[in-house]
Write a protein that binds this ligand. Structure first.
Ligand code: DC
Length: 221
């Protein structure tokens, strides 16, 4: 079974994907990590973030292991990491270079203990439209920019990252703008995606709603 979860930043995709991967014994691929890894390597190599060719070269050489290694960088999940990821993800050549790695993940999915998984849950922006257009279940999770900024702000606070709510909100809006206006694979729901607005739902309610959808699909097949 392949489930894709797309949507804007801080909509709750990661929490949902983690839960679903455990419940249905699926391997989890947070595809934002590939762009964050390229953005962090650009930072480490002191490359100009506007240099598409440098980003493309880094993307071409990125391996899954290298991505995991870069994910321990202190800025990987921080504001700078998010901004760099958003910029490099707007480059068509970078997206192209990272596509195979994302698709290949579904070929032999394994769980963290090394045992075989019964499929994959992908989380990202274009996983239902570009990475896995044949996915069994496609979800598009969204919420208002204010609600998402509030959630991200609390996450940063919990991690001790110092940033104001206003700065998080303007960052969320800037990323929405960049993600939805880029020429290659812009953020948009797949035509067959189920759209869920989580602005007025807590995570438990989202999980219940989604599990009902998945269970009814599984019964039908
Ligand atoms: O989900 P995230 O915040 O870790 O994603 C970081 C950036 O990567 C985000 O600004 C958009 C980009 N991204 C993308 O373009 N396509 C994906 N499938 C996943 C993320």
């Amino acid at each position: 079974m392949i489930i894709t979860i797309d949507g804007p930043a801080a909509a709750g995709k990661g929490t949902l994907a983690t839960y679903l991967s455990k419940k249905y014994h699926l391997s989890y691929f947070d595809t934002g990590m590939v762009y964050r890894a390229v953005g962090i390597e650009m930072l480490d190599k002191k490359e100009d973030i506007n240099n598409e060719q440098a980003a493309e070269q880094i993307a071409k050489n990125l391996t899954f292991l290298k991505m995991l290694e870069l994910s321990t960088h202190p800025e990987f999940r921080g504001p700078q990491g998010g901004k760099n990821a958003s910029i490099v993800s707007s480059y068509p050549s970078v997206r192209q270079a990272l596509l195979k790695m994302q698709r290949d993940f579904a070929q032999n999915p394994v769980l963290t203990d090394g045992s075989r998984a019964s499929g994959v849950v992908y989380d990202g922006r274009d996983t239902g439209t570009v990475v896995c257009p044949n996915a069994d279940i496609k979800l598009y999770i969204t919420a208002s920019p204010e609600v998402r900024a509030e959630r991200r702000y609390k996450e940063f606070q919990a991690k001790g990252i110092k940033i104001s709510y206003e700065d998080v909100l303007s960052d969320v809006k800037a990323r929405d703008d960049r993600d939805s206006k880029r020429s290659a694979s812009p953020l948009k729901p797949a035509p067959d995606a189920i759209i869920i607005d989580t602005s007025y739902l807590n995570i438990q309610e989202v999980i219940e709603k989604v599990c009902k959808i998945i269970d009814s699909q599984v019964k039908k097949s």
